[in-house]
Write a protein that binds this ligand. Sequence first.
Ligand SMILES: NC(=O)c1ccc[n+]([C@@H]2O[C@H](COP(=O)([O-])OP(=O)(O)OC[C@H]3O[C@@H](n4cnc5c(N)ncnc54)[C@H](OP(=O)(O)O)[C@@H]3O)[C@@H](O)[C@H]2O)c1
Length: 277
Amino acid sequence: MSGTTIGIIGGTGSMGRWFERFFAGAGHNVLISGRKTKISFRDIAGKCDVVVLSVPLDAAISLSREIGPLLSEDQLLMDLCSLKENIMESMISYTSAQVVGTHPLFGPFTNAIKGQNILICPGRGTGMLKWLEEMLRAEEAVVTRMDPVTHDRNMAVVQGLTHFLTICMGRTLQKMNMTPDKAIFYSTPVFRINIDLIGRLFSQDTELYADLIGKNRHVKEALKTFMAAMEEGKESLLSGMDRDKIACLENIRGFLGDFCRHGLNESNKIINDLYDK
Ligand SMILES: NC(=O)c1ccc[n+]([C@@H]2O[C@H](COP(=O)([O-])OP(=O)(O)OC[C@H]3O[C@@H](n4cnc5c(N)ncnc54)[C@H](OP(=O)(O)O)[C@@H]3O)[C@@H](O)[C@H]2O)c1
């Protein structure tokens, strides 16, 4: 189904622009709209086979209510939101069109889709779902189906907790007055990557990160588990008893198993690349 007309609402934003290039490269006609473009989201609904919502979560939910009733069963309504429970419910409730939830697990700085993870939440219909998955796989994306609740629960750790820790590490550096420009001279490679990740988060849209943490109802649970792990770690690693420290670390190593070797090799590549100017 090349030559499909795809309309991206929020096509003026960073992910919208990325997917405009991607869809055009795959041979499709692409229209984009933003709040100030001549083409409106209603034009997109009227002219396109596929309507993509690439706007912040709350805007996507309210747009799905406005646009959903304008679409027919032959069209596909899909979104790129980073959380899935609420937007899927809204898209399915407000339209008779086919519905697919999509979460690209990469950002707009990614060069190519090859090897990148994309999660798919099937909503309604199979025809356009198959078309979308085949197109993504043809470009060598790693496509995995997931239901919205499992998706959001996983993202509570993958995004919510991970970004929460990065933010708290930034706050710790601030409280201890360890400025990155000085810390870079006494950094190990691992610490250097950590401060890079702090810089990376704060150089981007803080509202997006606040949403990933604050709008995912599963983050509280993930944080509770993390705080319990902190307490356990504090007890064993600061106990002064060598036997306790080793037992605590060996226990976690046992859980991770063979992945440890893989993690070492992959992180070595990152570290070597960092210093290989
Ligand atoms: N950035 C990432 O790394 C990433 C990764 C995966 C998924 N996502 C998801 O992709 C979606 C878009 O994120 P983004 O990073 O591309 O954001 P962005 O760069 O801020 O772009 C947002 C787009 O939404 C439009 N918009 C903003 N508020 C709106 C509103 N109230 N009503 C209608 N349109 C509105 C903006 O249009 P104007 O031209 O009118 O301002 C712009 O085109 C989000 O749902 C996000 O969760 C992002």
